[in-house]
Design a protein around this ligand. Sequence first.
Ligand SMILES: [Zn+2]
Ligand SMILES: [Zn+2]
Length: 606
Amino acid sequence: MGSPLELLTYHSDVFLEIGSQLSLALAKREMKGVVIDNTEQPLFKTQPVGEVLPFSFSSTQIKMAQFMAEYYGCSLGEVLNLCVPYEIETHFGELIHSAVEVDITLSKNQNDALDFIRSHPVSLLFGDTGAGKSEIYMKRMDEILSEGKRALLLLPEISLTPQMEERFKRHFGEVFVLWHSKMTPKQKKITLAKIYDGSARIVAGPRSALFLPIKDLGIIVVDEEHDESYKSSSRPRYHARDMAVYTGKLLNIPVVLGSATPSLSSYAKYPYFRLRGGYYTSKRTFVFEPSVEALTPFIDEAIVKNYQDEHQGIVFIPTRANFKYMMCDGCGYTIECPFCSVGMSLHRNAKALKCHYCNYTEVLPRLCPKCQSSKLTNSRLGTAEAVEHLCTLTEGMKVEQFDRDVITTQNKLIKTLKAFNNREIDLLVGTQMLSKGHDYHDITLAVVMGIDNLLAQADYRSREKALSLLIQIAGRSGRKEDSTVIVQSFNEPFFRPYLDDYELFLQSELRLREGKYPPYKKLARLLYSHANGLKAKEVMEEASAQLNTVPTIEVVGFGASPIEKIGGKHRFQILLRSEKSTELIRAIKSVKSPLCEIDMDPIEFT
Ligand SMILES: [Zn+2]
Ligand SMILES: [Zn+2]
């Protein structure tokens, strides 16, 4: 299991159920295997299977794995390695009916939404932040539970906070369990035991939770369905939202997708219910500051004033560290990572330059490595630098950094969010992490910097990404009182018309993509990487020439990847387009190579 190998044939004296997990000898090593099919004795010599283990994959898991292997171009073993098998001998306990402590009353609007998701196998709940999507999920889950079934709630990893857990536990009690990657092995074991014996009736987790052995699953809810963390960025590069919809079809159960800024693909594909407004009557004012990314006097003053008015604020910057780049004014050289073709970022506290792609670290240089000039300057402000500056603005204001460099564990995330909600922190300065559905209570100022860099990315989704991020961050503010959102950008004409109406954007974006991009066309990216750049290039060019002869697909582009080297490996790519994914899959199979990684429905192009 987990190997990229094709299927192997073994023999057994006893009949083996499909899905059974067993131990196998492979090249003198003990491995875990899964029975995929029973076959007549072949002409070649086969080895006996080892011990039959007390675990088994369900037929749904096997079907899902077969689909994923075919669609995402990986081996069955690689997918089954993601799946957690069922325990065979488990005594399935009595259904525990939890005492609902706090009942939920829905508004008229929410009730209409509930009716809507009840009557569609796949539905999109397109609801503004604060419009009460969670209550609708909970009500629908109540119904599913009363039928004796179970529910799965998928969320972006970073949204699995104690606040969210508390909210669900208050309603569902102990039958609600959380699953996430930062759990200790012991915590995982305890949770799995509850899933095995059926006492866990609602499981919430990130994309990996889709592969848990939940019996009698009756509904899958994918919250924040637009979130990019649902797409895996390593083999197999699957999309958990799409796989949730597929699993729903296999099991014949409803799937509900929810977001305030739904992805264009879901908006175009699924019936949706527009849930507007909500509990918050406060006003949100957007102010644009057309200047390049920097903490300007205008922003500084707004932050100080907000603090003096005894309010809290957040500042979004897309870059971690102090600065993204270090450049030489003498010769114009940008200091790059020796293993990646990207600039090294300045981490002043660590007195180091770090590569954010391979983690290579080197001491802060005093002179330019190319021309020995001492005129080194920095560009593209990062969170750490902003915190250093903002701390000096006014006495007493407590400013904290909120990004991957600081929030390294689940505990730190919990602590920081708690301190912020207890008003022990006045200002949070963070990256994308800030936008992920955290429930902050009293933010009256949100500053969004660097959004123009996102908008300028060479990516057909750059407009969608930039606007949804802006709306998500703005949505963290103004829950109680009127708030101001300062957007540092030269692109007010693009953003302004859509700030209060994301659907208007989706409609205009649909028109732009027609005939070129998803949801109208299917894309696939073939990524070739190797330490020997010439070799990778050669294999890529050969494949590209061959693919060019396939009439049902189109080679949109090929060549060096925008980031030509990562971790010492040279990278080349081919972008393919077609009307149908089946045509793409067939064509890609004909050029299969160990150097090539297949990325179906890609969302990153670097
Ligand atoms: Zn220089
Ligand atoms: Zn690097």
